[in-house]
Ligand binder design. Structure first.
Ligand code: CP
Ligand code: NVA
Length: 303
């Protein structure tokens, strides 16, 4: 049976830690020019039903660095876009490639893909979760500050796919997650109920950020929510992350954002280039974290 990565919960905490440590090692080896071609000749299918910069480049460059190749499949150019059933598509593509990543809308789509696939399926973002981003975010925290266990992490903004993945990360890495969202934009209630003991909700940013170790935000309007943009701009007024806000946090606080970022909205013009920000390392780490993930799912790393 193939192992899949649809949410962060598909790895045990121990496996997650192994993947993160391997990502750190792969990054170093890449810089030293000593990385081995551990996935030599393997083919990664890359299905995109939404836009991407980081995910596409990091997966395509990553599989090439491991000795394999990536096949970019946009739904506009495949029969998926013309309504071929997911189960048929999954059976066929998985019979031809060694591993598949999918960026799509409903989370049920990646679940169905995984059900019918003979090879590992990676969720490269759905409306509900973005677990690959969390691998990079955790790697970044570990590299800059060490083990996130027991730390205070603050999610500011939309209770979206990234927020949901942070809730899973709070469980997997054993940190406390404070959430500050406008009314009506809270994360999924069932997920919140299942993780109650690790979560705390705040109704204002300064209180949420006081004594924080790690602050994270995301766009106010995710892909697929273009029509809600104006309503969201109104609802999220006052939820912008600034250097002034971050002075309330612990001195060694780090700021993350999965990107793309919208300056003047969820962040001001300067905070991503301030001393608090690790967003550029976070973006780069997508490359190494996903290489480690692909090695793990293809049985190349023992835990
Ligand atoms: N953070 C992230 O997934 O970026 P892209 O949408 O550019 O892939
Ligand atoms: N929440 C954003 C993340 C983009 C990487 C979205 O889903 O569009």
């Amino acid at each position: 049976m193939a192992r899949h990565f649809l949410t962060l919960m598909d790895l045990s905490p121990n496996e997650l830690n192994t993947v993160i440590q391997r990502a750190i090692e792969l990054k170093k080896q890449h810089r030293d020019g000593t990385a081995a071609k551990t996935l030599d000749g393997k083919v990664l299918g890359m299905i995109f039903e939404k836009s991407s910069t980081r995910t596409r480049v990091s997966f395509e460059a990553g599989i090439a660095q491991l000795g394999g190749s990536g096949l970019f499949l946009s739904s506009n150019d495949t029969q998926l876009g013309r309504g071929e059933p997911i189960e048929d598509t999954s059976r066929v593509i998985s019979s031809m490639v060694d591993i598949i990543m999918i960026r799509t809308f409903g989370h049920d789509i990646v679940e169905k893909f995984a059900q019918y696939s003979s090879v590992p399926i990676i969720n490269a973002l759905t409306d509900s979760y973005h677990p690959c981003q969390l691998l990079a975010d955790i790697q970044t925290y570990v590299e800059h500050r060490g083990d996130p266990k027991g730390k205070t992490v603050v999610w500011i903004g939309d209770g979206n796919n990234m927020c949901h993945s942070y809730i899973n990360a709070a469980r997997q890495c054993d940190f406390k997650l404070r959430i500050v969202c406008p009314k009506g934009y809270e994360p999924d209630q069932a997920l919140v109920d299942a993780n109650k003991e690790r979560l705390e909700f705040f109704d204002n940013l300064p209180n949420a950020v006081t004594d924080a170790d790690w602050v994270v935000t995301d766009t106010w309007a995710s892909m697929g929510q273009e029509e809600e943009k104006q309503a969201r701009l109104d609802a999220f007024k006052g939820y912008q992350v600034t250097e002034e806000l971050l002075t309330l946090a612990n001195d060694d606080v780090v700021l993350m954002h999965c990107l793309p970022a919208y300056r003047g909205m969820e962040i001001n013009d300067t905070v991503m280039d301030s001393k608090y920000s690790v967003v550029w390392d976070e973006a780069e780490n997508r490359l190494h974290a996903q290489k480690a993930l692909m090695e793990f799912l293809m049985g190349k790393i023992s835990v």
